[in-house]
Design a protein around this ligand. Structure first.
Ligand SMILES: Nc1ncnc2c1ncn2[C@@H]1O[C@H](COP(=O)(O)OP(=O)(O)OP(=O)(O)O)[C@@H](O)[C@H]1O
Ligand SMILES: [Mg+2]
Length: 255
């Protein structure tokens, strides 16, 4: 599997096919028992661990929901960096977190942990916005030795978001590639992976198919990807979308 710099690469496959495991391997959290991961021609097993971690940002499927303030939940992505309010705000804008903050009793300083005094319980989708903002902060603020990560791995970053938020989030995740960051996107939403530069399909821990969306849809015999894509698309083709009612005619009310 090759992941070219500055592109968006999608990893898809059934539950348990190995996507998250691969995400952890790529980001250096796991080390392979066999096989190799090469960064250009440097074997990750021999690379400096600190440099490797500094080069990667991972938004894990089961990311940490720290029982701290919302603000701390962002800057824990860069604990060693004294980030300012403008950087926090930029990341909140990126992840569309401001509307969430506006509704919290103490905004940025709200404790994101129910059960403590003043603590609140964020919803699943709200937590994913916090996690996306944390990832953005990590990708845009330099780590030790002034390094910015150039690989970001996002694992099911939007699974709890509403439709509008999800589409916007995928759009903004893709924009990271315009900054020169390589994006590995893991998701079951194949409408989003369709726009990736390259798609890898995993099955029981093995790479079974690869190509662009168009290539995977056109291949004969039909790919597992095509089957899954058509299955999802068919859910929206029930033909039962009601016509929008014409707006009621306004009647003038006499004074
Ligand atoms: N730490 C671990 N130790 C042992 N087995 C694991 C570990 N993590 C995952 N597995 C197993 O490895 C396989 C792949 O899991 P993985 O989480 O990578 O799947 P996935 O493709 O991300 O699935 P999903 O779509 O459900 O997120 C599964 O059978 C899982 O039970
Ligand atoms: Mg997974």
């Amino acid at each position: 599997m090759t992941i070219p710099r500055g592109t968006v690469v999608a990893l898809v496959g059934a539950n348990g096919s190995g996507k998250s495991t691969l995400a952890h391997l790529l980001s250096g959290v796991y080390q392979p028992h066999s096989g190799r991961i090469l960064w250009d021609d440097v074997d990750a097993a021999e690379a400096d661990r600190d440099q490797l971690f500094a080069s990667v940002a991972i938004l894990a499927q089961n990311f940490q929901r720290w029982a701290f303030t919302v603000k701390a939940n962002l800057f824990l992505g860069r604990p060693e960096y004294p980030c300012g309010q403008d950087q926090l705000d930029a990341s909140a804008t990126y992840a569309d977190l401001h509307p969430v903050l506006d509704e919290l009793p103490r905004g940025w300083d709200t404790l994101a942990a129910k059960g403590f005094e003043g603590g609140v319980q964020l919803s699943g989708g709200q937590w994913q916005k916090v996690a996306l903002a944390r990832t953005h902060l990590r990708v845009t603020t330099p780590g030790p030795a002034g390094r910015l990560p150039h690989l970001v791995v996002v694992d099911e970053p939007t699974s709890a978001m509403d439709a509008k938020a999800e589409i916007a989030a995928f759009e903004r995740i893709r924009e990271l590639a315009d900054l020169g960051v390589t994006v590995v996107l893991i998701t079951h939403r194949l409408a989003a992976t369709a726009k990736a530069d390259h798609i890898y399909v995993l099955d029981h821990g093995r790479l079974i198919e690869q190509g662009t969306h168009e290539q995977l849809m056109a291949q004969q015999p039909a790919t597992q990807y095509r089957e899954a894509y058509l299955l999802q698309a068919a859910q929206y083709e029930t033909g039962t979308v009601p016509k929008q009612a014409a707006p009621a005619a306004k009647t003038a009310t006499p004074h």
